[in-house]
Structures are given as structure tokens and as C-alpha cells.
Design a protein around this ligand. Structure first.
Ligand code: ZN
Length: 226
């Protein structure tokens, strides 16, 4: 990104795709440092843990940003995932060569497309998402190539100049913790977000794949912290 882009960002508004988890909360505070005004959009997609939504709302309130809750529950009606279907037990580990059943087909495609339409209505062209190719857990819609492709598609679809920002794309969980520390919100991210697949806030249940990844990253970061 060149200096002109940075100047333009300072004068612009951004919309953060916000789940109330570690990654999107870190992205929210990343955006607050860079944009004049920040908005959030949170999706109700039929996730088992609706507590996620309430935690997202509380963080947005604390950060002093707009919070928009958007219903997209059709996603769980047309696709199958253990994150939305209570009759499916979540994979503890990823089976070789296949997606973990926590994959929600089309999730980021739908989220970002809906976010772009909402942003357009508000005159916002910067979108921020916490996807990461480094820790992508096998989800194809977290990859950089997908995001770049979708960015082009959204611009063509609406004759707009959206810019999708992915601050976490090339960093791992330990570096994401480092970023939240640098932004002065490590404790907020650690204790007020929810990433656990079993719906337990903060450090979580400790044994689901999401908690393991998050805790390993935190331990790695804290061990190197001055
Ligand atoms: Zn957990």
C-alpha cells in the first residue's frame, strides 16, 4: 500500500465484518487506527451459539462503533455444517484431505457480498475481514486468492471500487495476538471475545480445535513478550 492510499484511508469510513471473535475484534481495532469512522456488520447465520452475537454487540458498544446485525440464516438452511446443525458432532481434528465439518459452505462469499451491498448503501468502500490463509483450517474461502477474486467480482457486480482489507491474511495466531497487544487491546481480545466452538467466552473450553489454535498462539506470543 502506498502513501496516497494511507492518506485516503484516514479520510474514509470502513465496514468490518465482525463476529465478536479474536480475529475480527483485532481487525476492528486495526481499522479504528486507520479510518475516520468504523462500522461493524455481524451476521446471524444460524450459529449454534447466539451468545456470539451478544458479545459482538458489547464489544462494538465498548469500541464506540455502529453495530448492524444482519440475518442470513438461509446459509444454514441450504448448507450443512457442524457449526449450525446441532445434530452433527464437531470434528475434533481435521480428517485427512477433507474439510473439517465446521466448514460453512459459502460463508465468506455470502458475508462479504452482503457486507458490500450494505456498505454501498452507506457510501462506504473499504471492507475489512479477519480471514487468514496462514491459519485457514482448511477453509477455501479464507484464502487470499478467493478474497482477491471476490473483490474484483463485487466491483464488477456493482460498478464500485471496493477495497477488501485482510490485515491477518499472512500472519499466524501468535502474530495476531502480537497485533492486538500493539493496538492496546490484548486483554479485551483475550477476555471479551468468543472463538470457542463450544460457546465458552475468553480462553474457552480449551479442547476444541479453535481453542487449541488460539491458546497455542497466545502461549507462543506471551513466551516471546518482553
Ligand atoms: Zn473451545
Amino acid at each position: 500500500m502506498n502513501g496516497t492510499d494511507t492518506l485516503q484511508m484516514k479520510d474514509s469510513e470502513a465496514l468490518v465484518v465482525f463476529s465478536g471473535g479474536q480475529d475480527s475484534t483485532t481487525c476492528l481495532f486495526w481499522a479504528l487506527k486507520r479510518f475516520r469512522k468504523v462500522h461493524t456488520i455481524t451476521f446471524a447465520y444460524g450459529q449454534k451459539h447466539s451468545k456470539e452475537i451478544e458479545m459482538a454487540r458489547a464489544i462494538a458498544e465498548e469500541a464506540g462503533v455502529d453495530f448492524h446485525l444482519q440475518d442470513v440464516s438461509f446459509i444454514s438452511q441450504i448448507g450443512t455444517s457442524s457449526l449450525t446443525d446441532t445434530s452433527i458432532e464437531m470434528d475434533q481434528e481435521r480428517p485427512d484431505g477433507s474439510f473439517p465439518n465446521t466448514f460453512v459452505p459459502g460463508r465468506n462469499l455470502f458475508f462479504l457480498s452482503v457486507a458490500a451491498v450494505y456498505a454501498r448503501e452507506k457510501g462506504i468502500r473499504h471492507l475489512v475481514t479477519g480471514v487468514s490463509q496462514t491459519d485457514f483450517s482448511g477453509y477455501p474461502d479464507c484464502r487470499d486468492s478467493f478474497i482477491k477474486s471476490l473483490n474484483v467480482t463485487l466491483n464488477l457486480a456493482m460498478e464500485e471500487q471496493f477495497v477488501i482489507h485482510t490485515p491477518l491474511m499472512w500472519i499466524d495466531k501468535a502474530e495476531t495476538w502480537a497485533l492486538s497487544d500493539e493496538l492496546g487491546v490484548l486483554d479485551l481480545v483475550r477476555y471479551k471475545t468468543l472463538t470457542c466452538y463450544n460457546g465458552i467466552p475468553g480462553d474457552g473450553c480449551g479442547h476444541c480445535p479453535s481453542c487449541k489454535l488460539r491458546m497455542a498462539g497466545l502461549e507462543k506470543y506471551l513466551s516471546t513478550r518482553q
